[in-house]
Design a binder for this molecule. Structure first.
Ligand code: AMP
Length: 444
């Protein structure tokens, strides 16, 4: 199959040739004809599958072939993205595909001044890529009208809900013309996403390019149990032992990113970090340097790393497990791409046992545990498996060890083998979908 047989017009084929795309990926092969035929789409596809071209190519073709010229302060197609990184990335791809077409494209997102964006929108743009919050601001300030909108794309819809954009999406839904084409892309399909799709889409074609919620099987995954306070030490130990070259490391919080980067830099290790508190230019610089192999270790939060197009990483390390289990799939999706093998190592402490259990349940596998000599945890990580069970051993009274009993003597201190530290953040934050949440929820 070629892009020509999918019915794409010559200026698009020329752009694809320049980019070196020879064969459509599975999501493209399914999405392109459906979008050209005017269908709504509900696509299960994550970053790395070629989903951007899957919606952008037919969208550009439709906008070129049909519809009126764009009016002032209007957009003919809107692509909603969860983060500004993804918005910029999607916009860059769209602009490349559109290089031989007489169409205008632009990206708007928060965290930067709104005025230049308002100026740019005066003449109208054919394709607008936007994050939800900034889109609403522009709409409310009359810088943007949506009555000319032909197509709406929701990119990484699951992430938009995870980031708490459900209210914004509900507001945007009210701003849209009733007659439009809607394409929804999501790596995972939770009940909330299905609810959103039910409201937004009209008789959608469902396409799925990888098994639902199953992590890539080209990625070798395992867990190293460790005490929380020794994670950084273990990371450095594993890095030296395994002679790691380039590693993307995920930490849960911004502070966590900074602390690990400081520690690694203090040891003379070439590390940098990206998170939402850092200015966009700094983040981009760190990423560019990582891609150019000038930085060996890049530590990131999920939000900052989301959608980043880093090709073919050999290794991803979860310094902390993600709070939302689906993020585990996104994280490890950074390695083992395009049939290459990759490794994903998670450093897991007792506090994280519920998260580990949720990940195993979601990915339908029990992750192999490998104890690292000298790093055996004082606080045991209870057994887990793909059924979602956390096997807690019965609590034993704290007392100095005298004989038997299954506890471990460590640094002269009695440690209950079933002890799990409290105050665990919930695995899946309860998400509200205000407007969309109209009926009883269907359970899978
Ligand atoms: P995406 O999943 O849209 O983020 O795309 C992942 C990467 O694959 C991007 O770097 C694209 O430029 C690239 N890509 C998308 N489609 C193709 C194709 N048909 N052939 C080769 N590369 C592609």
């Amino acid at each position: 199959m070629t892009f020509a047989t999918l019915g794409l017009i010559e200026p698009l084929l020329r752009a694809l040739e320049t980019l070196g795309y020879q064969t459509p990926t599975p999501v493209q092969a399914q999405a392109i004809p459906a979008v050209l035929a005017g269908r709504d789409l509900m696509a299960a596809a994550q970053t790395g599958t070629g989903k951007t071209a899957g919606f952008a190519l037919p969208l550009l073709q439709l906008l070129t072939m049909e519809g009126p010229k764009v009016a002032a302060n209007s957009a003919r197609a809107l692509i909603l993205c969860p983060t500004r990184e993804l918005a910029e990335q999607v916009h860059a791809s769209v602009a490349e595909y559109a290089q031989h077409l007489p169409l205008t494209t632009y990206a708007v997102y928060g965290g930067v001044s709104i005025n230049p964006q308002m100026m740019k929108l005066r003449k109208g743009v054919d394709i607008l890529v936007a994050t939800p919050g900034r889109l609403i601001d522009l709409f409310r300030q009359n810088a943007l009208k949506l009555n000319q909108l032909q197509t709406l794309v929701l990119d990484e819809a699951d992430r938009m809900l995870d980031l708490g954009f459900s209210e914004e999406l509900a507001n945007i839904y009210r701003m849209l013309p009733k007659k439009r084409q809607t394409l929804l892309f999501s790596a995972t399909f939770s009940d909330d996403i299905r609810l959103l799709a039910g409201q937004m889409l009209n008789d959608p074609l469902s396409i799925e390019v990888s098994p639902r919620n199953v992590a890539a099987n080209t990625v070798k995954q395992w867990v190293v149990p460790v005490d929380k306070k020794r994670k950084a030490e273990l990371f450095v130990h594993l890095m030296r032992k395994g002679r790691w070259k380039q590693v993307l490391v995920f930490a849960k919080t911004r502070n966590g990113v900074d602390a690990l980067v400081d520690k690694l830099q203090g040891l003379g290790i070439n590390a940098d970090g990206i998170h939402g508190d850092k200015p966009q230019a700094t983040r981009q610089r760190a990423l560019d340097r990582f891609k150019a192999s000038e930085v060996q270790i890049l530590v990131a939060t999920d939000v900052a790393a989301r959608g980043l197009d880093i090709e073919d990483l050999p290794l991803v390390v979860n310094f902390d497990l993600p709070i939302v289990a689906e993020d585990y799939i996104h994280r490890i999706g950074r390695t083992g791409r395009a049939g290459n093998t990759g490794e994903a190592i998670s450093l897991v402490c007792a506090d994280e046992v519920n998260m580990l259990s949720a990940i195993e349940m979601l990915t339908r596998q029990t992750l192999t545990r490998k104890m690292e000599p000298d790093f055996e945890p004082e606080h045991r990580v209870p057994d887990t498996d793909a059924s979602g069970q956390v096997v807690k051993k019965p609590k034993k009274p704290k007392k100095p060890k005298t004989s038997g009993g299954g506890g471990k003597r460590n640094l002269g201190k009695w440690v209950d083998s079933g002890e799990v530290a409290p105050a665990e953040p919930s695995i899946k934050p309860v998400r509200k979908v205000p407007v969309f949440n109209t009926g009883p929820r269907k359970r899978k």
